[in-house]
Ligand binder design. Structure first.
Ligand code: 13P
Length: 288
């Protein structure tokens, strides 16, 4: 089976991106795995601090490792948005495949200091682990919003600049970089689609010198996402859209089976809705 690094290298060469999907429970997990398996594509399962607290940090890892072994598909586990050294240490010690060290809200020097300390620790424990950092604020909540998150970098002057990406990546030594290029976490109730700045992505890929990750993948137009991938995005994160799919699938399952008490029956539509949305995203990311 290909390693995480090899899958990213392949994606770059082929001009496609790997999908990263956040899960909170095993229904969402199976929805993601079913979609990836049907298409024979690598996939990254993401768990934020809150998702790890709910599902169990160690149990999420066991799920991923067992599927990797049993189904023989490249599935990796990412500790998404991890805000402190202590929480980075926890997932590194458990054996996660990658970690997002999120100091985006800290002043630059503090962000560098924290990220560097985490990267050094991660590599000392597991030389194969992939580390990622963020620069630029794109909101922090994967939920519906009426107005754009305050302070989010959605206009050209607030986006990550190529030269600051370069100096930041050099200072902290990460493997992957997540810039602010127009996307935001969450999704607009009014159907507002944030614009992705593809030219900026191209410039940042060149200057940063490491593969790029697009966070805030929900709510952007399919065309923008395809252009962003062509410009140099290798991994796309999606959370809100599959949270919505899960909730709608659950509501449907309960409505269609009012007297049913077996969760494995009324939760089927929750799994299939997640699978449907993840499948649509994977088709876009893989250029189908
Ligand atoms: P969305 O909730 O906008 O899809 O963003 C997800 C994300 O970037 C998780 O890291």
């Amino acid at each position: 089976m290909k390693t995480y690094r090899e899958c990213i290298e392949d994606a770059e060469k082929e001009g496609v991106a790997i999908g990263h999907f956040n899960i909170s429970n095993t229904e969402m997990f199976w929805g993601v795995i079913n979609a990836a398996k049907t298409r024979d594509l690598p996939v990254i399962i993401g768990v934020s601090e809150g998702e790890r607290d709910f599902l169990g940090a160690r149990q999420a890892l066991t799920l991923v490792q067992s599927v990797r072994k049993d189904l023989d598909i490249p599935v990796f586990l990412n500790a998404d948005h991890t805000y402190s050294y202590e929480r980075v240490k926890e997932v590194v010690d458990l054996g996660y495949d990658s970690v997002v060290i999120d100091g985006a809200k800290l002043p630059r020097e503090e962000n560098i200091e924290m990220t560097k300390k985490c990267v050094e620790y991660a590599r000392s424990v597991n030389p194969d682990i992939l580390t990622e950092c963020e620069l630029g604020y794109i909101g922090s909540s994967s939920s519906w919003f009426d107005d754009l998150p305050e302070g989010a970098a959605v206009s050209e002057e607030l986006l990550t600049r190529p030269e600051e990406a370069k100096s930041f990546v050099e200072a902290v030594g990460v493997d992957l970089f997540a810039p602010a290029v127009g996307s935001v976490h969450g999704m607009s109730r009014k159907g507002l689609k944030p614009k992705l700045y593809t030219e900026r992505i191209r410039e940042i890929r060149e200057s940063a010198g490491v593969p790029l990750v697009l966070h805030g993948g929900s709510g952007s137009s399919d065309e923008d996402i395809k252009e962003a991938i062509k410009a140099g995005i290798s991994i796309v994160h999606v959370s809100t859209e599959i949270r919505v799919a899960y909730k709608e699938g659950l509501a449907k399952g309960l409505e269609e089976n009012p007297d049913e008490v077996a969760p494995y029956r009324y939760l089927k539509t929750a799994v299939s809705e997640v699978e449907r949305v993840v499948g649509e995203k994977l088709d876009i990311f893989s250029g189908k």
